[in-house]
Write a protein that binds this ligand. Structure first.
Ligand code: ACO
Length: 331
């Protein structure tokens, strides 16, 4: 019998914009303080795009970094490009098609998915299935968001959270049983669609002078409700991933959670007695970068020697939708 095919991560890349937005910068435009933001969220600064920069620029850079890392010099070897974004380059066509054009891999299938902060794990799962079913051999999974473009910098309860960034992985078919995406779990509850949403700019409420005047194109968030839901789901995900893969915290080299809020991350870790040294946190420097946050953190963790070939990592995320998702990966 043929050996089962696994989706191995053979390339990892990430990028953030140059421009830094610190808590001190925010103090100048809204009624807040560095102390409030740091204690409530763990965020000290974030990176945001400058005029003329966009989701696509970040997505393409992260993709190139991941392809280089995988040693792929000819992007037309890719069978599929999946891009998660809730902040696309333009409403349509898909940002994935624009990435494909920029990479020069004409002919490669390309589409977008949208699952907010859970988007990387959703896209990873789709890529994994395309590979495990034998449909594709090489898949590029990109998560790129520029939440700053949809952030209302007059709303102090949400604007402190968000930053921009992109991360990407190359998945390749592998017959090795000890490497790859070992387990994924995806969930959603549309009843909470309005916990975090952008009300205008879609077919229900197209752009108009009124939608602009009412800040309808910016993120609206019910922070406290999101917080409660996120704590419950992040804890649940950690437990589910360990149980389904028969893991204890000792077996896990690193948990890479969506960088949502340090208090939410710590509550999940505490529930399962995970020492914080085994939990990767870079929210202090990047804030919440939506779908990009997990591959961004994975790339940094690898650069810092926290993970490498053979590491077992557990990734968990929660986001708008509401969506939540987890995965166990053997690097
Ligand atoms: N600076 C100072 N004070 C503030 C600020 C601020 N930036 N924002 C709110 N406050 C005030 C409030 O007005 C409130 O004052 P009041 O008590 O006089 O009414 C007080 O601080 C407490 O407000 P809460 O909303 O209860 O503060 P909380 O501890 O819940 O922290 C926060 C707010 C940080 C937003 C938290 O609820 C949170 O992190 N929620 C999760 C949000 C999230 O992660 N969203 C992204 C999801 S991912 C995605 O899909 C994009």
């Amino acid at each position: 019998m043929d050996k089962p095919i696994r989706a191995a991560i053979t390339g990892l890349g990430a990028t953030v914009p140059e421009k830094v937005l610190t808590n001190a910068d925010l103090e100048k435009i809204i009624d807040t303080s560095d102390e409030w933001i740091t204690t409530r969220t763990g965020i000290r600064e974030r990176r945001i795009v400058s005029d003329g920069e966009s989701t696509l620029d970040l997505a393409v850079q992260a993709s190139r970094n991941a392809l280089d890392d995988a040693g792929i010099t000819d992007p037309s070897e890719l069978d599929l490009i999946i891009c998660h974004t809730v902040t696309p380059e333009i409403p349509f066509p898909a940002t994935a098609c624009l990435i494909q054009k920029a990479l020069g891999s004409s002919g490669t299938a390309a589409f977008d998915i949208s699952a907010a902060c859970s988007g990387f794990i959703y896209a990873l799962t789709i890529g994994q299935k395309f590979i495990e079913t034998g449909t594709c051999r090489k898949v590029l999974v990109v998560a790129a968001d520029t939440l700053s473009r949809f952030t209302d910098y007059t709303d102090r309860s949400s604007c402190i959270l968000f930053g921009d960034g992109a991360g990407a992985v190359v998945l390749e078919a592998s017959e090795r049983s000890d490497r790859g995406v070992m387990y994924t779990v995806l969930h959603a509850d549309g009843n909470g669609w309005d916990f975090i949403h952008v009300p205008a700019g879609g077919s229900r409420t197209p752009a108009s002078r009124e939608t602009v005047d009412n800040h309808g194109h910016f993120i609206k968030m019910r922070g406290r409700d999101v917080y409660k839901f996120a704590v419950a789901k992040m804890q649940w995900l950690l437990g589910d991933c360990m149980e389904k893969c028969n893991l204890t915290p000792d077996d896990v080299d690193l948990v890479v959670p969506h960088q949502v809020n340090i208090r939410i991350i710590e509550s999940a870790a505490k529930k399962y007695d995970f020492p914080m040294e085994k939990v990767y946190v870079n929210i202090d420097r990047f804030g919440n970068t939506s779908g990009a946050s997990i591959p961004l953190a994975m790339e940094e963790a690898r650069r810092n020697g926290k993970i490498g070939p053979g590491s077992t990592i557990l990734v968990i995320a929660f986001g708008a939708g509401l969506t939540w998702a987890g995965a166990v990966i053997k690097m």
